[in-house]
Design a protein around this ligand. Structure first.
Ligand SMILES: [Zn+2]
Ligand SMILES: [Zn+2]
Ligand SMILES: [Zn+2]
Length: 123
């Protein structure tokens, strides 16, 4: 899932100080980031993988399985590895796969194929 990051100036009157979702401290800096329905220090909104500051790399961050990631890491971790040779559906990169020669299979699909073959061989 992608989320927009917006940078805004903290209110000057000080009455609505926001707490940083990362370090849980009040944001006293001039600018804050708003993302995932929360507020962040510019230093605290970082990619969980490479620690790059997400307020700088662009205005979009990627979230998945409680991770906050930059685009590059998101694609590396969650891009598709290919298509399952059994069901022809895409296989996400983080999923366990079975590889047989040049074919990749979902674990489930591979197991089913095995059952199927076993079943075929039954008297
Ligand atoms: Zn913080
Ligand atoms: Zn990253
Ligand atoms: Zn499959």
């Amino acid at each position: 899932m992608t989320m927009d990051v917006s940078k805004s100036e903290t209110s000057k009157n000080g009455s609505t100080q926001q707490e940083c979702h990362g370090c849980r401290k009040t944001i006293k800096e001039r600018y804050l980031l708003k993302a995932l329905d929360a507020y962040w220090h510019e230093d605290c909104l970082k990619c969980n993988c490479c620690d790059c500051r997400l307020g700088e790399v662009g205005s979009t961050l990627y979230t998945k399985a409680n991770l906050i990631l930059c685009r590059r890491d998101y694609l590396r971790l969650f891009g598709n590895t290919g298509h399952c040779s059994a069901c022809n559906k895409p296989i996400p990169a983080f999923e366990m796969v079975m590889r047989a020669k040049t074919n990749v299979y979902h674990l489930e699909c591979f197991a089913c194929q095995q059952c199927y073959h076993r079943w075929l061989r039954m008297p």
